[in-house]
Design a protein around this ligand. Sequence first.
Ligand SMILES: NC(=O)c1ccc[n+]([C@@H]2O[C@H](COP(=O)([O-])OP(=O)(O)OC[C@H]3O[C@@H](n4cnc5c(N)ncnc54)[C@H](OP(=O)(O)O)[C@@H]3O)[C@@H](O)[C@H]2O)c1
Length: 314
Amino acid sequence: MKTIKLGTSSLTASRLAFGCWRIAGTRDNLKSAAEADAEARTAVVAAYEAGYTLFDGADIYGGGRAEEILGATLKSVPGMRERILITSKSGVRHAGSPTPDAPGRYDFSPDYIVKSCEESLKRLGIETIDLYMLHRPDYLGDPHEIAGAFAQLYDAGKVRFFGVSNFRPSLVNALQAACPFPLAVNQVEISLAQLAAFEDGTLDQCLEKNITPMAWSPLGAGLLGDGAKRLLPAQQGYKTDDIVKVLDEIAAARGVSRTVIAFAWLLRHPSKIVPIVGTTNPGRIREAVKATEFELSREEWYRLFIAARGEALP
Ligand SMILES: NC(=O)c1ccc[n+]([C@@H]2O[C@H](COP(=O)([O-])OP(=O)(O)OC[C@H]3O[C@@H](n4cnc5c(N)ncnc54)[C@H](OP(=O)(O)O)[C@@H]3O)[C@@H](O)[C@H]2O)c1
């Protein structure tokens, strides 16, 4: 697969990332844990064999199970660890921990960031995480304290590069002003079903500062593909019928699938968006790669943009 440099870091990654969130979420009542784990492993190996070298994870995916599955796969596939980049994220805490009355919240306190990273390393069975991100803005996060935690992890050889996720541009600036480590990525939701990053300054800032935008839910969690199994609460009101109609028209004219067009639409942006492919289906994991060899015209890009915004441009 084609590759890309992540921000100003020295990390070279595949043009598409593989998302590990749903690999731990494939369990259902009909499958044993062993069958579900085998399916998850098959998805990870399919991504590796298809040329994905950027694996997106987080401490909370599957309550840590996603990192255990990736770690076990790394152990069983010779040479895989050396050929891929592993990411993780910290800062989201579930309700009920450490006390029963604790609400679901965000936590960028230095002790929590460091502890969470060490636990991720243990689950993954590796020495160093290539790219470590803050998952969602902590309203009580102090940029100087965060920079201290980053320094501790970097000095101990536990993390190579840092990034953020779901950060508004002003908060990226506030953290970067206090932090000597250049932030390599801002991972946000971007798709034809979610255009906010085009209008709220996120992509402008990525262009200006050479920060790589990573797009989560690039298919609107499946709404732009063949349907969604699980939507996040904010995605439940997404209206995608008109977008899918134009995707299908362009797909038919160009002789590719609807999802190839949806990924190619993200890849066309000059900020060099890295879509994070979320399917656990090996065929679909491979299908997405075709988008990296495909370019939409300006006219095709704008037809889709206009369908997504729901009205003609002024
Ligand atoms: N930083 C954050 O806050 C954040 C939040 C959410 C996600 N993420 C990251 O982003 C990654 C991707 O998010 P996502 O899973 O929502 O992405 P997505 O690619 O938009 O959605 C994947 C879902 O779409 C379904 N789907 C339906 N038709 C499909 C088709 N034709 N081709 C491919 N998929 C199809 C998949 O089902 P099948 O598996 O059955 O194919 C899967 O359930 C996650 O794994 C995670 O790493 C980050």
